[in-house]
Design a protein around this ligand. Structure first.
Ligand code: ATP
Length: 235
């Protein structure tokens, strides 16, 4: 969700991030075909386009897409966090639910955006820092319980990344009509560092494509959706 007051009512925000070419892609002479036109518009160039081919002149398959927010490879982790997630913290500590997830083919930058590196921390770290700061600031009036679970959906199968030995888990509706992942591990946590340790542990468990995909990200792979749920509920 965007960090602007008028977007508070908006239920869903879709952001697109274009990652830089990897060294291997540059060595192969690859070029970027996705171009951010402004903060919402992205143009996908036709990779087969040949300006000298007069038979195909004016038949470009160039396509334009609109998003709530679009980032190119110059966007910093901080900018992405601010525009997509920071605005959710206030609702979260008031008892509202929020979900942030990254979606895309293998090697497109989901882990980089969500987890990041020590020098360039991603959305998880920045969210946890702000969340625990907000909890601290309101701790005179409120008490919170924070818990987390970490799961992976791969080929429509759900696995618990904090307890992968539990096998595939089912989705069930509880007595309140809410959809739950039956048997998922839920860890009560007390600070951002502990959550990060659990995230690192869970991340090691997620499936990688057998092709060593991170060196040469293929464009069409079975999408894997990684979901993290962290709840801070007024007691
Ligand atoms: N915005 C970015 N800036 C710099 N490097 C990036 C960016 N996005 C991705 N990368 C790099 O591209 C590579 C692939 O990214 P990443 O591992 O995040 O992909 P992924 O979508 O999580 O892949 P998988 O689904 O296989 O886990 C990594 O080496 C990562 O550091």
């Amino acid at each position: 969700m965007k960090d602007t007051s008028e977007s508070k009512d908006q239920q869903l925000t879709v952001a697109l991030r274009i990652r830089p070419l990897s060294d291997a892609e540059q060595e192969e002479g690859a070029s970027i075909v996705a171009h951010r036109v402004d903060d919402q518009m992205v143009v996908l160039m036709d990779p087969m386009e040949d300006p000298d081919d007069i038979l195909r002149a004016n038949r470009s398959r160039e396509k334009t897409y609109m998003f709530d927010v679009a980032f190119d490879f110059t966007a910093t982790q901080e900018e992405v966090y601010r525009a997509t997630t920071k605005g959710l913290i206030e609702g979260l500590i008031s008892g509202y639910n929020a979900t942030v997830f990254a979606y895309g083919p293998t090697g497109c930058g989901k882990t980089y955006t969500m987890l990041g590196t020590d020098k360039e921390p991603g959305i998880y770290v920045q969210t946890l820092n702000d969340l625990f700061r907000a909890i601290e600031e309101t701790s005179d009036d409120m008490q919170y319980s924070v818990s987390m679970s970490y799961l992976e959906i791969y080929n429509e199968m759900i696995r618990d990344l904090l307890n992968p030995s539990s096998g595939f888990l089912d989705l069930r509706e509880d007595s309140k009509g809410e959809i739950q992942v039956a048997g998922i591990t839920e860890v009560s946590t007390i600070n951002a560092r502990e959550i990060m340790e659990l995230l690192m542990k869970g991340n090691k468990q997620h499936r990688r494509e057998p092709t060593g995909a991170n060196q040469t990200p293929p464009l069409a792979k079975t999408p894997r959706l990684q979901v993290i749920a962290a709840a801070a509920e007024p007691l």
